[in-house]
Write a protein that binds this ligand. Sequence first.
Ligand SMILES: [Zn+2]
Ligand SMILES: [Zn+2]
Length: 416
Amino acid sequence: MLLQVPRGTKDILPEETPVWQEVESKARRIFSLYNYAEIRTPVFENVTLFKRALGDVTDIVQKQMFVFKQGDDHFVLRPEATASIARAYLENNLGFGVKLRKLFYIGPMFRAERPQKGRLRQFHHIGVEAIGLTNPNLDIEVIELADKLLREFGISNYKFVINSLGCVKDKAKFADLLKQALAKHKKVLCKDCQKRITKNVFRVLDCKNEKCKEITHSLKIGQSYLCGDCKSHFDKVLKGLDKFGIKYEVKEQLVRGLDYYSGVVFEVVHPDLGAQDALGAGGRYDYLFKELANKEIGAVGFAFGEERLMLALPKKESSKKLNVYVMSLGDKAADKSLELVKNLRSAGVSCDFDYSDGSLKSKLNEANKLGARFAIIIGDDEINKGKLVVKFMQEGKQEEVEFVNAVGFIKNILKE
Ligand SMILES: [Zn+2]
Ligand SMILES: [Zn+2]
């Protein structure tokens, strides 16, 4: 039997990687404009980190963690990066001497869920975390940055949906209101949700069961649970988004699937992804640091799913092509050709050599398949004259060029 990639994982093939590289390099450039620095944490962590950070009753912790044992230690492949970065921030004292730490990351995440359309067991996130302050202007910057990224990627038709969970007290009130509202419908809810009402009522809102969704969508909780400070924080953020012309919709009952969120939370939705899935999501998590280290540290961030970005990107042909494909006919010509290949590469011209014993026709065919802009043909005949033939693959014309001038000739045309 042919060996296959594990279910729920995917090879990202050479035809696809140029788009990934472009998205990632654009993201890196923009992150640096906003003063974010990259952090790279391990892909696995101690299991306790995620249990404490994400909450014991979340779907991720209960059903989706890739846990493995090594000796007496239990590890988990990271299901998301925020908890790891909070851990790294605390462990490396990254808040020392600065009021705000702005960090970004790009990398694979892992969830052991049943593979289905649009959900992989290994997927990739691009995200940021701004750690150290609770100022609402920082929430605005983070959302504006998410918006900027999407626009630079050429993605349109997306929309931000936003809500505020409020502070710990507000969140508790919100939970009470939810419990009261759901109690009336308890019998209709799925078995899991009936338990969730008492264990962690917010998770009822993430339930994928159709009946549960119908009920949660019909609830009218409002935002009366927000205290004065949290209400004014939320209003400031919305005003800021208006000022930047960022489209959003306030959505009651948007809570995100993780316990560490508080205050402003948001998702970016896109019509190409269907109703359930968001391009990305984020929000405040001011109490995560309390959970992990009993410290009061304000923080806000977001993450985009890279696979989902790929679905929403405008389709276009890759601009990365081979400049020159060199081919020789005869032994003497081969030596001379390899010298030329080396010189072209040194001059910054992408270049490859045909190592096959094929005919000229088959070599030109290969140049065509590779999408090379020029083919350079060197035969023993040409060597004697100190010349070579440059074939313009698109235009179909060719020119004889002095061997010593070949690099300059190619560079000149590429500059045009
Ligand atoms: Zn509050
Ligand atoms: Zn349910």
